[in-house]
Design a protein. Structure first.
Length: 112
């Protein structure tokens, strides 16, 4: 199991690489199942697609949890001025599959 501290982004003044300068609020700690590869990479700039599941804490709003997962685990930390730096970009999709279970699908790409 992977433990993730979830934060909810309150302001959106900065791009992904500088998002740490925005205002974030701690939401909760969440456990995710180990990532399972569901689509192999298709080249040097593709990291494939991975699937995990998360159990929503009792009484929590699943929409808020899903949004926080996307904000905390997705995006990129790239601060380079030009393309072709090789930085990782994570696109995260979440879907409620049962009342307290979320599917978390992460597609990884590299800036080449």
């Amino acid at each position: 199991m992977q433990t993730v501290n979830l934060y909810e982004r309150k302001t959106f003044r900065y791009a992904d690489g500088w998002s740490n300068a925005d205002s974030w609020d701690y939401l909760t700690t969440l456990k995710l199942t180990p990532a399972r590869l569901v689509r192999e990479s298709r080249g040097y700039d593709d990291g494939g697609t991975w699937v995990q599941y998360a159990r929503i804490p009792a009484g929590a709003d699943w929409r808020q949890i899903a949004r926080a997962i996307r904000q905390t685990t997705g995006g990129s930390n790239c601060r380079h001025e030009y393309d072709c730096c090789g930085c990782e970009l994570r696109t995260v999709f979440t879907k409620l599959v049962s009342p307290r279970k979320l599917l978390v699908r992460t597609s990884i790409g590299y800036n080449y």
